[in-house]
Design a protein around this ligand. Structure first.
Ligand SMILES: CC(C)(COP(=O)(O)OP(=O)(O)OC[C@H]1O[C@@H](n2cnc3c(N)ncnc32)[C@H](O)[C@@H]1OP(=O)(O)O)[C@@H](O)C(=O)NCCC(=O)NCCS
Length: 160
């Protein structure tokens, strides 16, 4: 499997739009992605916020990995998603591992964190496979439609 990370481009908006039509993707954007224009806005909104990379498999865009929230302590926040058709093939884990290597090497970060709802076991596996160790449960951290969700925090250090 040959996956690569590259910068997002404006003309990736249609694939981003399609990706966000999956039921489990609705909460992965701060605003609903209801059109290709919204998807173009999602791509543009990364400017100045963090580093987001399109993940390609055989030159087709199949996902996103990003590091944002970089603070003065060289910590960053990692997120990822893959398109439904590409799931279960190790894409997210490999891309997240590549992102971490990039962030430590090129961006000089020391600690990368991520969190997943405890009812998202696939994301937990991705984090673990990408070398992000579990650090504990943040109780009731997220609230969607009036329901609170526990979140498991994972982190990977440059020295791990
Ligand atoms: C979570 C997500 C990124 C996984 O992407 P992916 O490309 O399928 O990930 P990978 O193939 O690298 O690994 C998935 C792992 O989860 C496992 N998995 C999938 N569904 C599972 C489930 N319901 N229960 C337990 N494990 C599950 C797979 O078996 C695989 O582990 P394995 O390699 O040990 O067999 C993808 O499902 C997604 O984009 N979901 C919606 C967005 C999201 O939840 N992002 C993360 C927010 S914290």
């Amino acid at each position: 499997m040959s996956i690569k990370l590259r910068e997002w481009r404006e003309d990736d908006a249609p694939v981003v739009f399609r990706a966000f039509q999956a039921a489990d993707m609705r909460r992965q954007s701060p605003w609903p992605i209801l059109s290709v224009q919204d998807a173009a806005g999602w791509i543009a909104a990364w400017e100045g916020v963090g580093h987001a990379f399109a993940v390609t498999l055989d030159d087709q865009v199949v996902g996103n990995v990003a590091v944002s929230g970089i603070d003065g302590h060289d910590n960053g926040w990692v997120s990822y998603w893959t398109v439904e058709e590409a799931r279960g093939r190790g894409v997210a884990a490999a891309a997240t591992s590549d992102l971490a290597a990039w962030a430590f090497r090129e961006r000089g970060l020391y600690r990368l964190e991520l969190g997943h709802r405890t009812n998202n076991p696939a994301s937990c596996r991705v984090a673990t496979k990408a070398g992000f160790r579990p650090e504990g449960i943040e109780r009731g951290k997220l609230c969607y439609d009036g329901i609170r969700y526990d979140v498991e925090r994972h982190a990977r250090l440059a020295t791990d």
